[in-house]
Design a protein around this ligand. Structure first.
Ligand code: ZN
Ligand code: ZN
Length: 587
């Protein structure tokens, strides 16, 4: 039965106006989405000069009969779109017929297609059929587009450079391949293979095929659902972060989209796990009732509007945080930064096979590693064993034994897997940050033996006065004391002995900078980070091995032991394997 139907003139005009076909990748998109609709398992895209000279898409889908093949080039014909709003309805892709007509109107198209019974070959130029005869394809469709925009010089002018157009097309095919791991995609430009996925049906394998082993080995699986959304996918650990967001890929109901709100939710899940200016790689598939998303946006952009945003936000943040929490994220130092495919997998196997070059690592017994004395020599309540039982897997990986301190700044530690360097300031900052964040919501205060005063500028004084409740809620006792001055007579209990004018001034400053867009969660977070920094030992100050040991014992108990509150690393690792490689014990 023929599948081509007639579409509304509105949509037809939109397409005729060139909103759909303006870049090479738009042509590729229409052709490839047709192939997906035709249930193809293998889709091959060949470009010449990034598509400026030729775009060819070959698939092994259901093909078309003679009537459909011809109708495909008629204006206003489509297999599935009936009204304007349907254009980007998430559960359907492409609109055979109309897109072909649009493309055929501004290029030369050679269509060969077969539904397994009859095969036809049609050549069309500038919308006119030049040749129509029987073809010899067994089953599937092959469409070759040449001389794109030959009769519309204005649009030809809008095409960008070959590398730019190719980058857009590659990014598009990448996203399709990630959306459909059960379809094989191949992309060639001038006979050079750019993309090849093998229809493994496995998302991680597809990530591996597209981005290589360095990326795939640093991805964490995520999976979660609530009443409205199911999410599944992979997010990078903190070892592979990027300066751009263009590998933050979201696929909603099978369609890849770009949505700033969703990207913000993902970034929030990484809060303090990374510096703000770096971004994760992620491929996240979201399934939801199509009525919860609104897709009436310009056809060449791939954005959507969401209802039930908060529900999605909570789900995304919780699920990603859980993945970060449950995995060992210590960055490993590699001898080279070579990301090539040969670099990683085979050599790891080699080490395992070759016992002779392996270092014998004898470790102290785990129970004895940590002292329970804190910096002032006080014995702290510290039931290590029960906590190990609670969080066993993650902690065992982070069993750290300090062996020295370099530059009064870096603790050198070891365990069975390698040598670690720990930034003592960053580590303590993390510990203090989590402590303060836990305590900051209590309003218990401690009275100062000797109150002190803080003098402010007139404008700052006014702001503090206006927001004084936020400080008293925290446990500060403040009173106005002369011109533009506050007297501090009690402070929150979590400030403990490190209270001084400078810390209070920092807290005031944080409050002042939040004036006008105050958010209690962010405020508490900023205060905790500021206070943690002030309370922590600086670099270049000597601590003893016992103190280092105590520090490490607390660090491994943190929710996120890998980063200071500013997202910088607290700890890095040289694996035994990498050391052996550098000393040529393992080749
Ligand atoms: Zn700091
Ligand atoms: Zn920091």
């Amino acid at each position: 039965m023929s599948k081509i139907k007639v579409m509304s003139p509105v949509l037809a005009n939109k397409i005729a106006a060139g909103e759909v076909i303006e870049k090479i990748f738009n042509v590729v998109k229409e052709l490839v989405e047709n192939s997906i609709d035709a249930k193809a398992e293998n889709i091959k895209i060949e470009l010449k000069d990034a598509g400026k000279s030729m775009i060819k898409v070959v698939d092994d889908g259901i093909g078309m009969d003679k009537k459909d093949a011809k109708n495909a080039f008629l204006r206003h014909a489509t297999s599935k779109i009936f009204k304007d709003d349907d254009l980007f309805f998430i559960n359907t892709l492409g609109f055979r017929g109309e897109a072909l007509a649009s493309i055929a109107a501004v290029s030369e198209v050679n269509l060969e297609t077969s539904d397994g019974k009859e095969s036809s070959n049609i050549i069309i130029k500038g919308g006119e059929v030049i040749k129509e005869e029987s073809g010899n394809l067994r089953k599937g469709t092959s469409i070759t587009v040449t001389n794109l925009f030959y009769n519309t010089p204005a649009r030809l002018k809008y095409l960008k450079s070959e590398p730019y157009e190719l980058a857009l097309t590659t990014a598009f095919v990448e996203k399709l391949a990630l959306s459909y791991p059960d379809i094989s995609f191949m992309l060639f430009n001038n006979d050079e293979k750019i993309i090849h996925t093998t229809k493994s049906g496995n998302l991680l394998k597809t990530i591996h095929e597209l981005y290589g082993p360095l990326v795939s080995s640093n991805m964490l699986e995520i999976k979660g659902s609530n009443d409205d959304y199911d999410i599944y996918g992979y997010v990078s650990n903190i070892n592979i972060l990027r300066k751009t967001k263009n590998k933050m890929i979201t696929i909603i109901n099978g369609r890849s989209i770009w949505n700033n709100d969703i990207n913000k939710m993902i970034e929030e899940a990484y809060h303090t796990y990374k510096p703000e200016e770096l971004h994760p790689i992620c491929i996240i598939k979201i399934e939801t009732d199509p009525t919860l998303i609104d897709v009436n946006i310009h056809p060449t952009k791939q954005d959507i509007r969401l209802s039930k945003k908060e529900e999605l936000k909570t789900l995304l943040i919780d699920t990603i945080k859980e993945a970060l929490y449950n995995n060992n994220l210590v960055p490993e130092i590699k001898e080279t930064n070579d990301n090539s495919i040969e670099e990683m997998l085979p050599k790891t196997l080699f080490l395992e096979d070759d016992n002779e070059t392996k270092l014998e690592v004898s470790m102290p017994k785990y129970d004895n590693i940590y002292t329970t004395k804190d910096f002032d020599g006080n014995q702290e309540e510290f039931d290590f064993k029960s906590i190990v039982d609670d969080k066993n897997d993650k902690l065992k990986k982070l069993e750290l034994y300090p062996v020295g301190i370099a530059f009064g700044t870096y603790i050198i530690a070891q365990n069975k897997e390698g040598i670690y360097l720990i930034d003592q300031h960053a580590a303590q900052e993390r510990i203090n940050y989590e402590k303060v964040l836990n305590e900051i919501t209590s309003d218990k205060s401690t009275t100062l033996l000797v109150p002190f005063t803080i003098e402010l500028s007139k404008s700052d004084f006014i702001i503090i006065k206006r927001n004084i409740d936020k400080l008293t809620n925290m446990g500060f006792v403040l009173e106005e004391f002369g011109i533009n001055t506050y007297k501090v007579s009690a402070h929150p209990i979590w400030l403990k002995d490190k209270i001084n004018e400078e810390v209070v001034k920092d807290i005031f400053d944080t409050l002042i900078s939040e004036e006008g867009h105050f958010d209690i969660k962010r405020f508490n977070d900023n205060i905790a980070a500021t206070v943690a920094c002030k309370k922590s030992i600086k670099g270049n100050s000597r601590i003893t091995l016992d103190e280092a040991s105590f520090l490490l014992s607390q660090l491994v108990l943190c929710d996120n032991p890998y980063n200071c509150p500013h997202g910088r690393p607290t700890i890095i690792k040289f694996t035994i394997y990498e050391l052996e490689k550098m000393f040529k014990r393992a080749m």
